[in-house]
Design a protein around this ligand. Sequence first.
Ligand SMILES: CC(C)(COP(=O)(O)OP(=O)(O)OC[C@H]1O[C@@H](n2cnc3c(N)ncnc32)[C@H](O)[C@@H]1OP(=O)(O)O)[C@@H](O)C(=O)NCCC(=O)NCCS
Length: 137
Amino acid sequence: MVTIRAYLAQDFPGVQAAWVEAFPDDHPENRAESSIAAKLKDSPDLLLVAVDDDHVVGTIMAGYDGHRGWLYSVAVRKSHRGSSIGSKLVEEAEARLRALGCHKINLQIRTDNHRVANFYRSLGYEIEDRISMGKLV
Ligand SMILES: CC(C)(COP(=O)(O)OP(=O)(O)OC[C@H]1O[C@@H](n2cnc3c(N)ncnc32)[C@H](O)[C@@H]1OP(=O)(O)O)[C@@H](O)C(=O)NCCC(=O)NCCS
């Protein structure tokens, strides 16, 4: 049975493997080695894993800045896709964000991964008329 829970130290290798599989060409600053430690310092309850028999099969990271909630690193191992694990991860992150007072959740999709918008549509998300910008600091 798959359980969704907050990340524990023992999950590191499983999360790292899930991210390498799901986001093979991601920016180095998003790698597990650096981003998990930073997340644990800031809001450990918003880094979630889906575990099946103690093996990490999915991840999600949420953030809340007091104004908006954000979703990052939504990933399910290829071996476990299509069984609603991704949906359950998003729903648990939403519940945790709502409990913090968050009323609006945003996320970004890389243009070369645009088809995944259908996954988020199935969970009630809509494409908004915005230009997304960012800067490494
Ligand atoms: C996106 C992802 C997390 C979905 O996980 P999952 O557990 O397979 O998703 P679910 O089983 O909960 O799927 C829910 C619905 O979304 C659809 N869906 C899932 N992944 C999809 C994708 N990549 N593209 C389009 N639709 C998708 C499913 O068909 C399903 O629709 P249905 O209910 O009509 O059958 C998984 O495909 C993944 O890890 N992809 C690689 C990483 C990634 O792209 N993450 C998102 C970054 S923005």
